[in-house]
Design a binder for this molecule. Structure first.
Ligand code: HEC
Length: 309
């Protein structure tokens, strides 16, 4: 009985130290240097100790069981044995998990120690507790290997970082989905420099062939004057870009540009009015006067874009 106790108590002392050995000031440098060696060595020792403890405990339990039977026979204690007739499975399980010498039979496990009249019993450890302990030892080895040796598991900090990244991606996805909700009823002019530059890029690569490098017009109408065939406010421009005018040679861009991109290029076009480029195509459509507030914004953005070019 002393060997298992020794092993058990040394494990109790050693294990928490191992599991949390990642902290510590002086030890830390040593630990950092020989991390793998230490962890593997300790894991091996723990594994061996756990095995020894298990075997010893099993042997001890066997011996105890044998001893108990003889005691029970002597005093005709009726302790429930597995397989006993007429006893339900749960009842047997319960008895097994709580297997200890009953109070009425305490005399049989009384030791001869007496501390100021307090006498010591050497009862069995409750099996549920003992097995919980063994399982926790096995668990700790698995834990150690998983997190510190093979590093297949993420430690707290990595887990935190990973979760933050995940959340950030979700936020980005959400914002993108908001962008994709933009349509001709909700679209607004965006003053954002990044958006306008992106819009300009789209315009030059996809639209300038028909509308001219600076929107002065070509196959398509002049986009810098105050005359618009399909309306010169943001929702109208967006709508023309989105659905096109297929019968007149203006492509619907819905399938090729995302709503956000259509907003960018529409906003860029919106800033072109009044930029007065060379080789302008003659006005087409009707004169469209913008509202005061929009006019101011456009002037600002016109400068901004000119500076950007
Ligand atoms: C293949 C040539 C072509 C391309 C490429 C083209 N357009 Fe057009 N676009 C036209 C034509 C032609 C019209 C005039 C349609 C009409 O007469 O109703 C037009 C009209 C427009 C109008 C309406 C102008 C008004 O006066 O109401 C806008 C806005 C416009 N295009 C934006 C764009 C944008 C943005 C792109 C690029 C993403 C683009 N276009 C690419 C040919 C083109």
């Amino acid at each position: 009985m002393n060997l298992p106790k020794l092993v058990t108590s040394s494990l109790i002392l050693v294990l928490p130290g191992l599991t949390f050995a990642q902290e510590g000031s002086d030890l830390q440098s040593i630990y950092a240097k020989y991390q793998l060696e230490i962890v593997v060595g300790v894991a091996a020792i723990v594994a061996v100790l756990a095995l020894v403890a298990l075997i010893t405990a099993l042997l001890a339990m066997k011996a105890m069981a044998r001893g108990r039977i003889s005691v029970e026979e002597e005093s005709s204690i009726i302790s429930v044995q597995p397989g006993e007739e007429g006893v339900g499975f749960w009842r047997r399980l319960w008895n097994r998990l709580n297997d200890s010498v009953p109070v009425s039979q305490e005399e049989t496990v009384l030791t001869d120690h007496s501390y100021d009249g307090i006498r010591e019993l050497d009862n069995r450890l409750p099996p549920w507790w003992l097995w919980g302990f063994y399982i926790s030892i096995i668990f700790s080895v698995a834990y150690l290997l998983h997190y510190h040796v093979f590093e297949t598991g993420k430690l707290q900090e990595d887990e935190y970082v990973a979760q933050m990244e995940e959340a950030e991606a979700e936020v980005q996805a959400y914002l993108a989905s908001l962008d994709n909700l933009i349509d001709e009823t909700s679209v607004t002019f965006t003053n954002d420099e990044v958006d306008l530059l992106a819009g300009q890029e789209i315009f030059i690569s996809k639209c300038s062939a028909c509308h001219g490098q600076n929107g002065e017009g070509g196959v398509g109408p002049n986009l810098t004057d105050k005359y618009w065939i399909h309306g010169g406010d943001m929702p109208s421009i967006f709508k023309t870009v989105k659905y096109g005018v297929p019968s007149k040679g203006m492509i619907p861009w819905e399938a090729q540009l995302s709503p956000a991109e259509m907003q960018q290029v529409s906003s860029y076009i919106y800033t072109l009015e009044g930029t007065d480029p060379v080789n302008q195509k003659e006005p087409q459509g009707e004169l469209f006067e913008r509202e005061e507030a929009a006019e101011e914004a456009t002037e600002e953005d016109g400068q901004l874009v000119e500076a950007g070019m």
